[in-house]
Design a protein around this ligand. Structure first.
Ligand code: ATP
Ligand code: MG
Ligand code: MG
Ligand code: MG
Length: 473
């Protein structure tokens, strides 16, 4: 089943269960300054869950474009390393606004997976929130999942390992306990079930998260009950497509194989298994859709996330030997794969390509020289495994290397970066900027996207250091 058919099959299934099909919202959340990007299907319904907004329906279903490249949910560092993470992906979801709750939510999910899609039951296992006896009972008694395939997981604080069965959009807002469905891709793949030390492997891949939205968390951490218990679910389209297409990794599905081929052509390599090609194929999606939704490369906030991702992609192309702009060419291939489902992409593709090209040209001016400096610094490390803060800062300030890009190169070489040292150098820069602010100088630091102005180095907002945003969350 192709990804596009799968998307349609999901929406039709929930439509047959009286859900209203609702369009995907923008990647830039409409009225939510707490959130960098739409990172889940529930984001456009946040106020409905909170009771502050009313809709003419109490059941909805969507295929939502999402970006997880900053803030609470950040998968940028996973791209190229795991089989299941993208910076941009589509989340299929069904929602109940004070309508049905645990029982129907679980039955719908099971019916779709095993009935409509025909997934073998013995390849599925589920997790429930540790204290949620009700959800445990529904899976066991109503659905008939054997007890040893139902795993209790706490919230992160209580859980022994990384998994977390208490879902939250961000530090504040709607949240609640959840139950998740995992698919076992087979023992030939490394990894263990959730709740075990090997859970970060890719053998058991989470496909669907069903959240029982019950609380609203405030900034002080306190939790109030939502007006009505609700349901919010999310299933990664690419992950379920992989299962249906009989492949393990998301990067092996139809859509990604085509993007990887196009990337190989644009970069001029035949090494289709290259990690860099997976990264480039991933990044063209997030970058293009961010631009479609109105983000432009800049030095702060969303625009800086976009700039960081474009530069990462360009660096990976450069690593494969492509010194000329190539990234913008992939918009055409992306349009072939996704333009039908997303007419706004088709409409704006020329604009997207030209913004990418300008950013590529801009970075090309400093990339080679920056890489030489970084490679030299690595060669001179001696026994140390850490790239010094001053080097990271110099690359950042003079050569336009976002800290996460330097970190990406370092990681490939089995090295780390000195975050603290970088922070210190940034603080010193801030102090210099403050003392210089008596002059009528433009310290906004924004680099003209038209490429008219020379690259002059970065400035940044107080409390918004990129390393904080990139490496800590
Ligand atoms: P994981 O534990 O694998 O990182 P998650 O628990 O962070 O996933 P959720 O926040 O529960 O993911 O999101 C709901 C669903 O969206 C997941 O079950 C998965 O199918 C999909 N998903 C989440 N993150 C990504 C991603 N970075 N790329 C592709 N699909 C994703
Ligand atoms: Mg995750
Ligand atoms: Mg998870
Ligand atoms: Mg989850």
């Amino acid at each position: 089943m192709k990804s596009s058919e799968l998307r349609q099959s999901f929406l039709s299934f929930f439509e047959s269960k009286q859900h209203q099909i609702v369009e995907s919202s923008s990647l830039v959340p409409g009225n939510d300054p707490t959130l960098l990007f739409t990172n889940a299907g529930m984001v456009q319904f946040k106020d409905v869950f909170l009771g502050a907004d009313k809709r003419p329906y109490t059941r909805a279903t969507t295929s939502q474009r999402c970006v997880r490249a900053g803030g609470k949910h950040n998968d940028l560092e996973n791209v190229g390393y795991t089989a299941r993470h993208h910076t941009f992906f589509e989340m299929l979801g069904n929602f109940s606004f004070g309508d049905y709750f645990k029982e129907e939510a679980i039955s719908f999910a099971w019916e779709f997976l095993t009935g409509v899609l025909g997934l073998p039951k013995d390849k599925l296992l589920v997790t429930v929130y540790a204290e949620d006896d009700e959800a445990f009972g529904i899976w066991k008694d109503q659905i008939g999942v054997p007890e040893d395939r139902i795993i209790r997981i706490g919230d992160n604080k209580g859980a022994r390992y990384a998994s977390d069965n208490f879902w939250a959009m961000g530090d504040t807002g709607p949240c609640g306990p959840c139950t998740e469905v995992f698919y076992d891709h087979g023992e030939h793949i490394w990894g263990g079930p959730p709740g075990t030390p090997e859970e970060d492997g890719d053998r058991f891949i989470e496909i669907w998260n069903v959240v029982f939205m019950q609380y609203n968390r405030s900034a002080d951490g306190s939790m109030a009950n939502l007006p009505k218990p609700s349901v919010d679910t999310g299933m990664g389209l690419e992950r379920i497509a992989a299962i249906l297409q009989g492949v393990h990794s998301n990067y092996e599905i139809d859509l990604f194989q085509n993007l990887i081929k196009a990337s190989a052509t644009a970069v001029g390599t035949e090494d289709f298994a290259s990690q860099s090609l997976r990264v480039i194929a991933d990044h063209i999606r997030s970058c293009s859709f961010m631009i479609v939704d109105g983000v432009v490369p800049s030095n702060e906030g969303r625009g800086y996330v976009l700039r960081r991702i474009i530069r990462r992609a360009v660096r990976h192309g450069n690593k494969l030997g492509q010194k000329q702009p190539f990234f913008h060419k992939l918009v055409e291939a992306l349009d072939v794969e996704m333009g039908e489902a997303y007419p706004e992409l088709r409409k704006l593709k020329d604009r997207v390509a030209s913004i990418l090209l300008k950013e590529e040209e801009q970075f090309a001016k400093t990339l080679d020289q920056g890489m030489r400096i970084l490679e030299e610094a690595i060669a001179n490390l001696g026994d140390s495994k850490t790239i010094p803060g001053e080097t990271i800062f110099k690359l950042y300030d003079t050569f336009g290397f976002p800290a996460d890009l330097t970190n990406d190169v370092a990681r490939e070489a089995g090295l780390e970066i000195d975050e603290e040292g970088f922070e210190k150098a940034m603080d010193e820069q801030r102090a210099r900027a403050r003392s210089a602010s008596n002059f009528t100088m433009d310290m906004s630091g924004s680099v003209d996207v038209d490429g008219q102005t020379e690259f002059t180095g970065y400035t940044y907002l107080e409390g918004q250091s990129p390393v904080e945003q990139i490496l800590v969350d």
